[in-house]
Design a protein around this ligand. Sequence first.
Ligand code: AMP
Ligand code: MG
Length: 352
Amino acid sequence: MKTKIIPMDEKHIDKEALKEAGKIIQSGGLVAFPTETVYGLGGDALNEESSGRIYQAKGRPSDNPLIVHIYRMEDLYPIVEQVPETARKLADAFWPGPLTMILPKSDIVPRATTGGLDTVAVRMPMHKVALAFIEAAGGYVAAPSANRSGKPSPTLAKYVAEDMDGRIEMIIDGGENRIGLESTIVDLTEGIPMILRPGYITKEMLEEVLGEVRVDKTVLDNCSGQPPKAPGMKYRHYAPKGELTIIGGPQERVVDEINRRTKRMKEKGEKVGVIGTDDTVSGYLADSVKSAGDRKEEATIAKALYRILREFDEEGVTVIYSESFDASEENGIGQAIMNRLLKAAGHHLEQI
Ligand code: AMP
Ligand code: MG
């Protein structure tokens, strides 16, 4: 299959190209598209064969459910059993935007889309190309991140192409995603709302709207033996090809420790990459040193993380060291950053 790549930015929506993209979805095909979080791999959410094709293209285990994307609020009602007050409030506050809600599904959503579950994950993204594409596609687009299973989520169309070329009909190239980490997932199906995956919409922001919100224990802990509530979170994820270790501790000591390890690894013939921050990058000795951004502006770090992991892959880096980030609950998206980084490192974090 030849994969067509169509450039499109939010200021210049190409209606003709979107009509073609919509037709692909309605006839059971797949289109990757930009959102504000990461690139999505879209298929018709109400067609079980399309969902099957998404799993196949990603190489994803089929018990790992997909997120259903909508472009207007009224389309939520047909796909869920009921819309609780909590969901209405969150939609008012954060949709369109980087928030996914888990709700009891209705009969029209096939189990192939929900990984066999009776619940469905729903999001209304904010990216204008995404919204126009979902509308052209008939209103319900199932889309996980557009990477091959296990790899870092793509935040640029060239990384979608690397993973999906020849496997899907079209890629809509909207440039670099603004946020760079996947949506916050909140489960509204049981008593107190529970964050299953942290993201740009933080616990604090949700609590302002809902009152008490909990965070699934497996978000930062390895908790072996305890399955996470979002089935996808149990799989190895976001992993670069190089062996990644996170080193936590006081900044100066971390730089020294990473340099000591870098030297040792280089002597063994490894190609070493380091993820530092604006304040520290000039102090590292590795083959490839990248700043994730400014610690005072954690959004910059969220945006850069997956791109950096992909760049290390491109450069053939075999060993990676990363600084650690503050994952305390009060610290906004630090929790989302550490959740992804820990998974990318197979939970290999050393405190010094
Ligand atoms: P991705 O879009 O690639 O980030 O994957 C979707 C994520 O949403 C995975 O981690 C899924 O496990 C999670 N998810 C989707 N539907 C549900 C659901 N019904 N219940 C819990 N988690 C879900
Ligand atoms: Mg994913």
